[in-house]
Design a protein around this ligand. Structure first.
Ligand SMILES: [Zn+2]
Length: 294
């Protein structure tokens, strides 16, 4: 199992062998490519673009896909995924990243906000002309977008997966079977403020490993200032190491945050003894490697 980072700083850290850099954010900020890293691109969540042109927003009978619309529970502000100008803008950005020496591209938030979206006149017209039912048309629209993006990517191509293993197709237009044909691996973020309660991480990991027909990496949040939280995080990673994952990614603020995790694992909390006692061989290997640097 590889250990990797998801980070806001385009800088590799020793001891980690996958590096995912957030190059385009849900608030609309977009940054230059991070060299030799996997560049993570937020597609249809763009608060800035919607502020500048409110007609971009995805719509339903309950109104617009905006965080301030309390009838809904959407985590970001969503652009309608069939808007041709906006799609072209995202694809152009992906094209630009691929002019640089990058590892590859991961797409994030490339789907509809929820099942009842989008009923703008363009989407309704496209759906009617397709002859497909609502669920199939929406999945087709998303898969087509991903296929087009993939054709622009010369390295590793991956997608993030909103962690719903059961109704992702109906809700978001995410068709696991079709997407598996396009990607090198799936990236499943299981974010939390802490992992003191962690059964759900194990549960969702098992479910996704069973369903997804390509390798899977799981992302956990590691922006943790306390020893107690780091201890719970690392034990959760240890349990994940017993599954057949391609890797575990840690979301960190910056390189120092990533090193803090390694230093804790190597030196504190009796973590290495705990790993040996309960025979976490894979995780023991990872921490032994960290001990060479930290
Ligand atoms: Zn629409």
């Amino acid at each position: 199992m590889k250990m990797g980072l998801v980070t806001y700083v385009p800088e590799k850290v020793e001891g980690y062998d996958m590096h995912v850099y957030y190059s385009k954010w849900a608030d609309g900020q977009a940054f230059p490519a991070a060299k030799e890293m996997q560049n993570d691109v937020t597609c249809f969540c763009d608060a800035k673009a919607i502020r500048e042109d409110p007609s971009l927003v995805a719509v339903s009978k309950d109104g617009q896909a905006l965080r301030k619309n309390r009838k809904l529970n959407v985590p970001f502000d969503f652009v309608c995924p069939t808007n041709p100008e906006y799609r072209a803008k995202v694809l152009d950005y992906v094209k630009g990243l691929n002019r640089e020496n990058i590892e590859g591209v991961t797409l994030n938030l490339y789907h509809f906000p929820e099942e009842e979206f989008c009923v703008c006149p363009r989407c309704v017209e496209l759906w009617r002309r397709s002859g497909l039912n609502w669920t199939e048309w929406r999945a087709q629209a998303i898969t087509d977008f991903l296929a087009e993006a993939k054709s622009l990517v010369k390295g590793t191509f991956a997608v993030e997966i909103f962690p719903d293993p059961v109704v992702a197709k109906e809700r978001f237009g995410i068709d696991f079977e079709r997407i598996a044909e396009l990607v090198d691996y799936f990236h499943v973020p299981l974010s939390a403020k802490d992992y003191f309660t962690n059964y759900w991480v194990d549960l969702l990991t098992r479910d996704f490993l069973k369903i997804l027909k390509k390798p899977v990496v799981v992302e956990l949040s590691a922006e943790m200032p306390t020893d107690e939280k780091l201890d719970a995080l690392l034990k959760t990673v240890a349990y994940l190491s017993r599954h057949k994952l391609l890797g575990v990614l840690l979301l960190v603020h910056d390189p120092e945050n990533a090193k803090q995790v390694c230093r804790y694992a190597v030196h504190k909390g009796g973590f290495r003894e705990w790993l040996k006692k309960y025979e976490f061989t894979e995780m023991t290997q990872i921490v032994d490697d960290w001990a060479k640097f930290y």
